[in-house]
Design a protein around this ligand. Structure first.
Ligand code: HEM
Length: 354
């Protein structure tokens, strides 16, 4: 959503929407080799966007029957009906993409270059020649479609929400924004885009990403884990079969670990907490979870977060739409930001990107 303001080269952009389009484009391309832009394959694009948006809306909907099972009969709010319809629609889209991939393989229109394979291609490679007895319970097509859907569901909203928090935090903390920009000018230079090879030198940017994930993990409560045997956690006896939710938000704001725990201070990751990473090695900071079920998308995500944030800061002058700080109150809807984040964003005179 763009809005021109008073004839200058400043425009008002709804950044969450912009991040969503960008991340969907990257992830849909990575998983299925498809374009998710407004202007390509218009009818199919519209159908896919609608199905995916409904899927995300339903994913974060509170359904009373999940907690009081006998209410399922009444389907309060009609969510179950909507979920069934959406499951059918999403499955039919994935099925058609799977058939397309298979057709290309069978008629020899096959990508010779390994680098061009998308995630669905690689899954088809893995399952080629698999026998039914190798896959007890499910057929290969179902496993491929559901794994792709899990990647899509796990990957998009989390990344979009994190980018929105990061930008909001920087806009509310101008000194940090300035430091990140100065670093970009020094280590990247004014006339080029930020590339992957620059990121290792952008230590303040890396610290900003960690500090944002510490304060605002996009999933403040981890997905439920079920204990497979009796165990003791934090002094509590947990029986086998208990569903546990980890409160990442609380863990990552523990005042006995984090000095000034509620304050946005990327500098802590350059000094007192410089050896702490987000890869599940340090249990005080686990926005991607830890152990065997931790986020499988972590490496791709970290590349995306650093590159996107760095390029947005480097290529544009971004301002808040008013002098008021951005409202940082969380809410339980698809967006974790209560207020729509709108920023004024105008491209700099320099750099000239090529
Ligand atoms: C900032 C971005 C992201 C964050 C903070 C995040 C965080 C998480 C967390 C906390 C979990 C649960 C781990 C657990 O159960 O302990 C998870 C699971 C998962 N994530 Fe991510 N994630 C992000 C991006 C991505 C991306 C880009 C992808 C894929 C392209 C992805 C794919 C998945 C999948 C498939 C699961 C489920 C794994 C399973 O059930 O075993 N995530 N993620």
């Amino acid at each position: 959503m763009k809005e021109k303001t008073n004839g200058s080269n400043i425009i008002k952009i709804e950044m969450k929407q912009w991040f969503e389009n960008l991340i969907m484009t990257i992830i849909v391309r990575m998983l299925f080799g498809k374009r998710y832009t407004e202007d390509h394959e218009v009818e199919e694009g519209k159908r896919v966007r609608k199905a995916i948006r409904t899927f995300f809306k339903l994913l974060s909907t509170f359904v009373a029957a999940d907690f009081i099972p006998w209410l399922r009969w009444f389907d309060i709010g009609g969510y179950e009906k909507e979920m069934k319809e959406n499951a059918k629609e999403t499955d039919s889209i994935l099925e058609s993409w799977l058939l397309e991939h298979k057709k290309k393989r069978s008629c020899g229109e096959w990508k010779l270059c390994e680098d061009e394979k998308d995630f669905m291609d690689i899954m088809l490679d893995l399952f080629e020649g698999a026998k039914d007895e190798d896959l007890p319970g499910f057929d290969a097509d179902t496993i491929i479609k559901s794994t792709c859907l899990a990647m899509l569901a796990g990957g998009t909203e989390n990344t979009v929400v994190t980018l929105t928090w990061m930008l909001s935090l920087l806009l509310n903390n101008p000194h940090a924004m300035e430091k990140a920009k100065v670093e970009l000018d020094i280590y990247v230079g004014r006339n080029i885009l930020v590339g992957e090879s620059h990121v290792k030198n952008l230590v303040y940017l890396q610290a900003t990403v960690k500090e944002s994930l510490r304060l605002y993990p996009p999933g403040p409560l981890s997905p439920p884990h079920e204990s497979i045997e009796n165990c003791i956690i934090g002094g509590y006896n947990i029986s086998k079969g208990t569903r546990l939710f980890f409160n990442l938000w609380r863990i990552q704001r523990d005042s006995s670990v984090w000095l000034e725990h509620d304050i946005f201070k990327p500098e802590r990751f350059l000094t007192t907490h410089k050896d702490i990473d987000v890869r599940g090695n340090h249990f005080e900071l686990i926005p991607f979870g830890g152990g065997r079920r931790m986020c499988p998308g972590i490496s791709a995500t970290l590349v995306m977060l650093h590159l996107i944030l760095a390029n947005v800061l480097h290529a544009f002058e971004i301002r808040r739409p008013t002098d008021e700080p951005i409202d940082m109150i969380e809410s339980f809807v698809t967006s974790n930001l209560k207020a729509t984040l709108e920023v004024l964003c105008c491209s700099k005179a320099v750099p000239k990107f090529v």
